[in-house]
Design a protein around this ligand. Structure first.
Ligand code: 5AD
Ligand code: SF4
Length: 456
């Protein structure tokens, strides 16, 4: 870990006594949000306060996502609109961090076309932020740090977005090279954090009263494989389960090729581990899975699902699906519909394929028209809506333990939360319950949530 004490002290002196405000916005996945929390931790040490209004900010950091093109386009739109803010307040500093910065052609575009950007910070360079900022505060026109320090920013105190849910990255990077995915190029190879560091962090979070710990990695099932005699992921789950406190452990994401019986047994054995598995299948067609380089077949995937369901027929599963992978045929798409009908997911997260420069799939011919991809997406959502409506009924009459997230946006006077099964539960109650576990007797189900009555 870089020792930033001296640089941070110099920045504090430079900023003076007037309180400066930072606006930090993270796009994309929870790993990126977690990086954003570390960035905020460093800024807080430097003396920055935080604002949600970019108009009153002295420093803006956009922590970007590169997984799909529309996310990138949104960021370019926002950077463009910040030119005005800078004209109004020339002392405003603007920095870009996250996955977009790791693509050379994008970094080059930011530098060339957006002179309002003062600095660029790479995904593995978070602990380089203080030095970068000092350079810019000293008048340097443009500064960049895209080095790979690989120090996991271990000692950075994070400014967490929630007071009761905490994300804990357990590993960084990805070795899988699915042909559509930019992540291995922007986040590098797999590196696992030391198990004892993770255990200590979770112990502290539990002692601080956090109710949900989300373990993060691009493929948590590879955890520990890069450390000699490293603890496996199922072993880590069992260790974390022993920590005192009333909290739930979740994790994301699991690659189906590595979702072992040992993992599933650990989920069932560990009381604190949520009874839900997110198992991204991407497609229900073996030929598409092969073109995606997923390294499992539909049959192998179903073996895993069947093992889970043999232990609990109503076990909650969710998945990711990519619609319109290059040259996906009607038959290949129908195979995906067949699979989701067979598995009965509680929920699916579906995305239209987005071409990512530098990946193998970007070189593949793609004759499927965009409007056909759009139609397939609508069909997929329609089929899933039917499945959710039917499958959610299994909760009616049961009492679910729910962690309360806040006031419902859809039902006035209602609260919303998530059960261990990752189901949205809505019920009447006061906001003093936010951040607490409550029991809710389920009385009704919809296609996106269940509703019920608070059990006192
Ligand atoms: N296009 C569309 N969706 C993608 N995903 C990853 N890369 C792409 C892409 N190029 C989806 C996958 C993954 C989720 C996080 O994002 O479904 O599981
Ligand atoms: Fe997360 Fe991947 Fe997006 Fe990076 S590209 S923010 S790792 S989803």
């Amino acid at each position: 870990m870089k020792d930033n004490t001296e640089i941070i002290e110099r920045i504090r002196e430079k900023l003076g006594t007037e309180r400066k405000l930072a606006y930090v916005h993270s796009f994309g996945c929870q790993l990126n949000v977690s990086d954003g929390e570390k960035i905020k931790g460093l800024l807080q040490q430097m003396g920055y306060g935080f604002t949600d209004d970019e108009n009153e900010a002295d420093l803006i950091i956009l922590n970007t996502c590169a997984v799909r093109e529309n996310a990138e386009n949104r960021v370019f739109g926002i950077i463009g609109s910040m030119k005005k803010l800078k004209e109004l307040k020339p002392s405003l500093l603007i920095g870009i961090s996250g996955c977009m910065t790791a693509q050379p052609q994008i970094a080059e575009k930011i530098h060339r076309s957006y002179p309002q950007v003062d600095f660029v910070l790479g995904t593995s360079a978070i602990s380089g932020l203080p030095a970068l900022l000092l350079d810019v505060l000293n008048g340097r026109e443009f500064a960049e740090d895209i080095a790979e320090y690989d120090d996991f920013s271990e000692n950075v105190v994070q400014v967490r977005e929630s007071g009761f849910k905490a994300s804990v990255p357990i590993m960084f990077g990805c070795n899988n090279f699915c042909t559509y995915c930019i992540v291995p190029y922007v986040r590098g190879r797999e590196r696992s954090r030391d198990a004892q560091d993770i255990i200590s962090e979770v112990r502290q979070l539990a002692a601080d009263g956090y109710k949900e710990i989300m373990l993060l990695g691009q493929n948590v099932n590879s955890y520990g494989k890069d450390i000699p005699d490293g603890m496996s992921f199922p072993q880590l789950l069992r260790e974390l389960n022993k920590i005192d406190g009333d909290f739930t452990i979740r994790f994301m994401s699991s690659h189906p090729k590595d979702a072992s019986r040992e993992l599933i047994d650990a989920i069932f054995d560990c009381k604190k581990v949520a009874k839900h598995l997110h198992l991204p299948v991407q497609s229900g067609s073996n030929s598409v899975l092969e073109r995606m380089n997923r390294r499992y077949t539909v049959e192998k995937y179903l073996d895993t699902v069947n093992y889970i369901r043999s232990r609990d027929a109503g076990f909650s599963l969710t998945t990711d699906i990519i619609v319109g992978f290059p040259d996906e045929s009607d038959e290949e798409f129908e195979a995906t519909l067949d699979l989701i009908r067979q598995v009965k997911y509680d929920n699916i997260y579906s995305f239209i394929y987005s071409k990512r420069t530098g990946t193998k799939a970007a070189e593949m011919p793609d004759g499927t028209p965009e409007d056909v991809k759009g139609q397939r997406m609508r069909r997929l959502l329609e089929v899933q809506r039917g499945i959710s409506t039917e499958f959610y009924r299994r909760f009616v009459g049961r009492t679910l333990r729910v962690l309360v997230d806040g006031a419902s946006k859809k039902h006035e006077g209602f609260l919303t939360g998530k059960s261990s099964e990752f189901i949205i539960v809505e019920f009447e109650g006061g906001t003093e319950l936010v951040g607490q576990f409550v029991n809710v007797e389920i009385t009704d189900s919809m296609n996106w949530a269940v509703t019920g009555k608070l059990v006192t």
